[in-house]
Ligand binder design. Structure first.
Ligand code: NAP
Length: 250
């Protein structure tokens, strides 16, 4: 039974995955792969239409693909998301902290404080809060997987991306430290560090060759490798680099 005393949707034995930012880009590709692998899903973001399109592409019935509309910049949102997943399914097997946000490249001195706060909240505070709450539920059942989406900006630290790079670098450090703590409870924690991926997050620019970027499917495959790896052989950090440099002169 769920916390609300109802029978869980999707069957007591269905494996359950939460994907934040599941409405487009990498999050949608991850949701499609998890659905293909037999997971029931909890799909979270702000845009209902995009989440409904993701659900439709999974082919899952609504009772196996819960849509949760929320803004992860709001402090209560992580709590609300975990509660919604547990109320619906009764347990969580996989959490993919994919939602992330950055304004177009902006010099630090021109960065609006509201954008600075939003990046820290969405890219760092929310994944940490979600990891803590999901990990507690997973540890009570003796296993589960958390995958965080960082960025190679954390390592390259490009000009104009100081705050975004800092949030992603902190997410890598958080994952590595939490990995050491939570593996003792049978949990797997990993962070993926991709270079440029061809999504709407990357605005078109003459200096970028989109065909040289990673695809969303590349990142989704990396997520599935982590999800499917045995607990003793799960990598804590996975770097994904495009085969060609998308920022090379064309
Ligand atoms: N694209 C790249 O080159 C690249 C490279 C390295 C790492 N990454 C990371 O990969 C992740 C996914 O990026 P993407 O390229 O797929 O981005 P995207 O296409 O812009 O998709 C972002 C997703 O996150 C959701 N989201 C954004 N702000 C949110 C908020 N405040 N609350 C809830 N959901 C929110 C969006 O939905 P709504 O707008 O409807 O809320 C959307 O579903 C991010 O963490 C990003 O930093 C991307």
């Amino acid at each position: 039974m769920t916390a609300a005393g109802r029978s869980p949707r999707g069957g007591a034995e269905a494996r359950v995955a939460i994907v934040t930012g599941a409405g487009r880009g990498i999050g949608r590709a991850v949701a499609l792969e998890l659905a293909r692998a037999g997971y029931s899903l909890c799909l979270a973001a702000r845009s209902r239409d995009e989440l409904e399109e993701t659900r439709s592409q999974t082919g899952l019935p609504p009772e196996r693909a819960l849509i949760v509309l929320l803004d992860l910049a709001i402090e209560e949102a992580p709590d609300n998301l975990i509660s919604a997943a547990l109320d619906c399914y009764g347990h969580i097997d996989v959490l993919v902290n994919n939602a992330g946000w950055a304004p177009p490249r902006t010099p630090l001195l021109k960065m609006r404080p509201i954008d600075l706060d939003r990046m820290i909240a969405v890219n760092l505070r929310a994944p940490i809060a979600l990891t803590r709450m999901a990990a507690a539920a997973m540890a009570a059942r003796g296993g589960g997987t958390v995958v965080n989406l960082a960025s190679s900006a954390a390592i390259k630290a490009p000009a104009g991306e100081a705050v975004y790079a800092a949030t992603k670098a902190a997410l890598i450090a958080f994952t590595r430290a939490a990995f050491g703590e939570l593996r003792q409870s049978g949990l797997k924690l990993a962070v993926i560090v991709p270079g440029l991926v061809d999504t709407a997050l990357i605005p078109n620019s003459k200096r970028l060759d989109r065909t040289a970027m990673l695809s969303t499917a590349d990142v989704a495959q990396a997520v599935m490798q982590i999800v499917n790896s045995p607990a003793g052989a799960c990598p804590v950090e996975v770097m994904l680099e495009p085969q060609l440099d998308p920022e090379r002169p064309r």
